[in-house]
Ligand binder design. Structure first.
Ligand code: IDC
Length: 514
């Protein structure tokens, strides 16, 4: 069959494919000429490789199924449909593509059961590469070093994905991810097919690949960070991500922002992410020279929050009451502060609000902390659905009091703070038996005064316990103060990040356990 004839057959057959179309229009109502994929979609349509829906749309963001992708590839390559073995419209193409070696039997069993499932990106790429560029080879090292979610790629797709990536058939997304197990949109499938067709050198049409701008990595991606998990919520006692899967956040707390702002620099926060942290806590003291006497510390906080967000980390805004033990004392200032913060970060899934670090002194849960929490929660909820962390009396250890009279609100977690040299099995038992969603927003390897020890054996028991129970944790603290809980050795130059040998004994233990 000559090329022109094949094309016109294609144009005809594609009009009835997928897609049940009326006319092969070369523009679609919903494909904006400025969209990154518009040239590729247009080229596919002009060549008659595909058409849109009856209503004149192409639905570029819709997913493409196994049947749809395989049949388009078969038609472009001229792979004739085999005799159907079942009643599915695409069965003949699936059988033919299987025989042609575009994919393996188990990837799309030829019994029709999975034909209408959305195809994964890695399988789509394999089929496209086998069909159009079977001899193209890629390079492991390039992909390994450039792709941030390399570990998500299944081994059987290495060859085709390496070849596709190195030849430009696929690019990483804004986080340098290939998202191999995710679905692929119709627009993306067009781009991938047309690039492969273009690189194959014209056998399937005089097509010059569109000048699709290479998506550049713009944002930092970290595994287990905000781009992976999105908005968090609470399900039972667990913190879960947008897909309802359990999530553990692990990271560092700043020391007092009024004293150690240099440890909230981009280099410092990014360093913790590079060691595996996915959360950063900004401890804004209210007393001791903090916010209530010097509101300028709020700018340090905002800059730290924005830096953590840029690092793809979750970030806790901590109203760090301590020597001022009753949160009620400064409730008006807290309400004003959280109104401002929740408005500022209303659409930001990264931000978590910790409304009272450690209530203490002669106060009670029901008489002081709970009424405080109710007001501040309602303030935050006017703007944000983010997670809210609530402390309890006795420096956030009295979970049993909170459990006896819990808050009636959603996406709330109760904090429990421990220091391995002071708090042991009895506090773990309290957490295990309270029945509340617990978040350890502060813990130390030292004794409760921030010094002494370090107590790494007990700390290990805590880590094991938190892992077993899916509990998130934030370590005190990222600073170089001369106290054992500090993670960084005194006087270290951290302007280029934190090197392993600049970590204290505590820092090494904590960073190794993110
Ligand atoms: C400690 C600091 C220490 C500082 C002291 C008072 O490590 O340098 O002098 O606060 O501001 C907490 C508090 C946290 C404490 C920490 C260790 O939330 O602010 O930091 N700790 O004592 N609760 C239990 C222990």
């Amino acid at each position: 069959m000559n090329f022109i004839k094949r094309l016109s057959t294609l144009a005809l057959s594609l009009c009835v494919l997928l897609i049940s179309a009326t006319a092969c229009a070369d523009t679609f109502a919903d494909v904006d000429s400025g969209a990154w994929y518009s040239d590729d979609v247009e080229a596919m349509a002009e060549n008659g490789y595909l058409t849109g829906y009856e209503d004149g749309t192409f639905r570029p963001e819709g997913t493409i199924t196994k049947a749809e992708l395989v049949s388009v590839v078969c038609r472009i390559t001229g792979t004739e449909a085999s005799e159907s073995a079942n009643s599915h419209w695409a069965d003949g193409f699936i059988q033919a593509a299987l025989n042609a070696g575009f994919f393996d039997w188990d990837e799309i069993p030829p019994d029709g059961t999975t034909y209408d499932e959305p195809i994964t990106r890695q399988l789509a790429v394999k089929i496209v590469m086998n069909a159009f560029l079977p001899d193209e080879a890629g390079d492991y090292n390039t992909v390994y070093s450039e792709v941030s979610d390399f570990s998500d790629l299944d081994g059987r797709y290495y060859e085709s994905m390496f070849a596709a990536y190195c030849s430009g058939v696929v690019n990483g997304d804004e986080y340098s991810r290939l998202n191999p197990k995710s679905t692929i949109t119709r627009a993306e499938a067009c781009a991938v097919i047309m690039r492969a067709v273009g690189i194959s050198g014209g056998e399937y049409g005089a097509y010059t690949p569109a000048a699709t701008p290479e998506p550049q990595a713009e944002k930092t991606y970290i595994s287990g960070g905000v781009s992976d998990n999105g908005w968090l919520s609470v399900s039972g006692t667990q913190l879960v991500n947008e897909n309802g899967e359990s999530v553990i956040l692990s990271g560092m707390s700043s020391h007092g922002l009024q004293w150690y702002p240099q440890f909230t620099s981009e280099a410092a926060i990014r360093s913790t992410a590079e060691y595996g942290a996915n959360v950063f806590r900004c401890a804004m003291y209210t007393a001791e020279g903090g916010y209530l006497s010097d509101a300028s510390v709020k700018s340090t906080l905002i800059s730290a929050v924005d830096t953590a967000i840029a690092c793809d980390m979750y970030v806790i805004i901590d109203w760090h009451i301590l020597s001022d033990g009753d949160p009620m004392t400064s409730i008006d200032a807290a309400a004003e502060f959280f109104a401002e913060m929740s408005a500022r970060y209303a659409d930001e899934p990264a931000v978590i609000y910790e409304i009272c670090n450690e209530p203490n002194g002669s106060i009670t849960w029901s008489g002081n902390v709970k009424p405080y929490a109710e007001r501040i929660i309602s303030v935050i909820r006017e703007n944000s659905r983010g997670i809210i962390l609530v402390g309890s009396p006795t420096w956030s250890q009295d979970l049993h009091e909170a459990a006896a009279d819990p808050l009636d609100a959603e996406n709330i977690m109760y904090t429990c703070h421990f220091y391995a040299g002071t708090h042991t099995e009895w506090l773990r038992e309290r957490i295990a038996s309270c029945g509340l969603p617990v978040f350890v927003s502060e813990w130390g390897t030292s004794a409760a005064d921030g010094s002494g020890g370090v107590y790494l054996d007990e700390a290990q028991k805590w880590i094991d316990f938190m892992n077993e129970n899916g509990i998130s944790r934030v370590n005190w603290s990222l600073c170089d103060k001369n106290e054992t809980s500090a993670a960084v050795v005194s006087g270290a130059d951290i302007s280029d990040g934190i090197a392993w040998d600049e970590l204290t004994e505590s820092g090494k233990f904590v960073f190794a356990n993110f």
